[in-house]
Each structure stands twice: as C-alpha cells, then as structure tokens.
Design a protein around this ligand. Structure first.
Ligand SMILES: Nc1ncnc2c1ncn2[C@@H]1O[C@H](COP(=O)(O)OP(=O)(O)O)[C@@H](O)[C@H]1O
Ligand SMILES: [Mg+2]
Length: 350
C-alpha cells in the first residue's frame, strides 16, 4: 500500500491524469478522481492497485471493461498502464455508490418507489455484464453507483470487476457454450452478507447467484437484512439458511416474494428470465404510483424539480404534427431500465 500512499493530490500519472481527490479505498488499492490535463475540464476515475506481486486483478477488470465497450450504459475504459510498483486503470467518472447515497439520505429505510427503481436499474446493469459472459460474483451496494450529471444521476452502473468469472466457453466448432460448472469445493468469492447459499456451500457461481445477491442487496437497502449485524461467515450462513421467506421479505414490496420463488427454481445452467424479473419490479412500481422522473431520497434537497416543455418532450416529426411524446416514451429514451424491450433482448444467446 506504500506505493499508493505516494499518490496524492496534484500528482500526474502517465503525463495525463492529475489526481484531484480520493474517492474510495479497498483491500487491494484505491480509486481517485483525476483530471485529464490534455483536455478542457475532463474528469475520470482512476483505480490503482498496489500489490501486484501475484499479478493483481486490474488486468481482469480492464478485460471486462473492454468486453462491455459495445454495450450502452456501461462505464468506459479510457487508459491503463503498469508501473514498477503499481497498476492503474482509468474509467468513466461515476457518482456515489448506493451505500453512500443511502447514508447521505440519512434514513433507515428507502421508500418502495426508490427500492423498486433501484431494482430495475441494478438488474439492467447486472444483465449487461451477463450478456458478455461474466458472472460478477460481488453484487452489493458498494459496487453499484449512479451517474453524475442530470438524468444520468438516475442511472445505475455496476463497477468492481475484480471477482468476475467467465461462465461461457468456446466450443470446438467455434460456437459459444456454457462453461462447465466445476464440481467440488470452490474458493469463497464474494461478500458473506450478500452471497447466495450456493456460495456459502462453496459451489460454482453463475448468473443465478448474482441475482440472489441482487435481491439481498435490495432488501438491505430497503429495510435491512436480518443477518446484518453478524460478521462471521458461518453464522451468517446459518441465519440465512434458517430465515423463512416471510421473515426475510417483511416490509418489502410484495412482488419480491415472486422474485424469491422464481430464483429458487433456477440454477447455474439457466438463463435467468430478466424480463420476468423486471416485470415484477415494474408491476410494483406502478402499484405504488412510482414515477421515473421522481427523485431518490438523496436528491430531495437538490434544487428545483426538473421541468418539461413541449420542446424537450417532442420527437422528430412532421412540422404540422403537434403530438408530444408521453412521459413513459421519454423515460425509455433516457433510462434503459425503464424500457421492457431492453430486458427482452438476448444478446449472449445463452
Ligand atoms: N468509476 C468510478 N467513479 C466514481 N467512483 C468510483 C468509481 N469506481 C469506484 N468508485 C468508488 O470507489 C469505491 C471502491 O471501488 P471498487 O472498484 O469497488 O474497488 P474495491 O475493489 O476496492 O472495492 C467504490 O465503492 C466507489 O465508491
Ligand atoms: Mg468494491
């Protein structure tokens, strides 16, 4: 970590990235806000890894970002490099993670509207990484961030690809197939509070396990998980295993019960029904009269509400056609997670 301590405000890396401030710190390194000194007022996020004796994970993270490049609404890789004592990766600067946002909102519970909207946003972000063949294996509030500017502050991005695993493999005929799940005991990968029972039992993780973590994360953000005060992995596993669905979901949007029951029916080899999961969330969102233009709790004191005029809501059309787009049509254009069609797309075909 010494190498990283030497990275302080004002330092310039690769003749281009000037360190502005530290955004976060983890086991392997740190994340900084940096300014691109070769461009006018351009900022980015730089993740730095200090201990690279065993190769580190930043190369893997870069690899995932490169794979995500053709997909909309994902962070972009802008630069990367090796130094003698550290590695760095420069990516799109994003906003705060969901834990930080909730802390800022200073509330023990998030409202149904916020939770269901986060459910759709994070599901879309998870689907994107699955579509390029990776299971994330560490879905949690600290790894989900919002955008920064305007409507992008209501978008959700998944970061931290240090624990991903490819679940696809190229078959002999060149087609993409499912990578065989390893049998036997696997190393623990993830975070005990949010991992699926499968992971406690050291089984191979795939898409379904990311979705269990997704559900646990949403419950934690909404009203808290029953095992949130435990720290020992074995104790967490016992609490999780013994917790009936009704207790776990007490106080949550009622649609979560269908999600829970659905997740119980799928396993490693199955493509999750993203559209079905989204539909449950969207049904709840309509039930509580949620609006995609509404504010998250942490945005409540951020100046006047957005306003819409005929100009911003009109589409390209014939000059004498004054029909304006509906709010729902607008939402779909701005936030991909508002659009059912995004969840019906099967890009990976697996
Ligand atoms: N692109 C980014 N833009 C803004 N903040 C970021 C970005 N990447 C990471 N962060 C912040 O830094 C924290 C740690 O980054 P993360 O990639 O999760 O590393 P770690 O492996 O240490 O958990 C995140 O929780 C987030 O708050
Ligand atoms: Mg992280």
């Amino acid at each position: 970590m010494e190498e990283i301590q030497a990275i302080t405000e004002g330092k310039i890396i690769a003749k281009r990235w000037k360190v502005v401030e530290k955004l976060g710190e983890g086991g392997m390194g740190a994340v900084f806000k940096v300014r691109d000194i070769t461009r006018f007022q351009t900022y980015a996020a730089m993740k730095v890894e200090g201990d690279i004796s065993d190769g580190g994970v930043l190369k893997l993270e870069c690899h995932v970002l490169k794979n995500l490049a053709p997909l909309p609404n994902c962070a972009r890789l802008m630069d990367s490099g090796d130094r003698k004592t550290y590695c760095f990766m420069v990516m799109t600067l994003l906003g705060k993670d969901l834990m930080a946002h909730k802390r800022e909102a200073n509330t023990a519970r998030l409202c149904d509207q916020t939770t269901l909207r986060l459910a759709m946003g994070t599901l879309f972000a998870i689907k994107q990484i699955h579509e390029v063949g990776f299971a994330h294996r560490d879905i949690k509030p600290g790894n989900c961030v919002t955008g920064i500017h305007g409507s992008d502050a209501k978008n959700i991005y998944l970061i931290d690809y240090g624990m991903v695993r490819k679940f696809t493999a190229n078959k002999d005929n060149g087609a993409v197939g499912l990578r065989k799940a390893r049998s036997g005991e696997q190393l623990f990968r993830g975070t005990p509070r949010y991992c699926s029972m499968n992971v406690h039992q050291r089984k191979e993780q795939g898409r379904v396990d990311d979705l269990w973590s997704w559900l646990y994360m949403l419950i934690e953000l909404h009203c808290g998980l029953p095992w949130r005060r435990l720290t020992d992995e074995k104790e967490i596993m016992e609490a999780k295993g013994a917790c009936p669905m009704e207790t776990l979901l007490k106080g949550c949007p009622k649609e979560f019960a269908n999600i829970y029951k659905y997740l119980e029916t799928i396993e490693y080899k199955d493509r999750p029904d993203y559209f079905g999961l989204w539909s449950e969330c969207f049904t709840g969102f309509k039930r509580v009269r949620g609006s995609f233009f509404g504010r998250f709790e942490w945005e409540l004191d951020k100046g006047p509400e957005d306003m819409f005029t005929a100009l911003c809501i009109s589409e390209k059309r014939a000059p004498n056609d004054y029909k304006v787009a509906s709010k729902m049509q607008m939402a779909k254009k701005i936030w991909p997670y508002a659009d059912s069609a995004e969840f019906k797309k099967n890009i990976l075909k697996l």
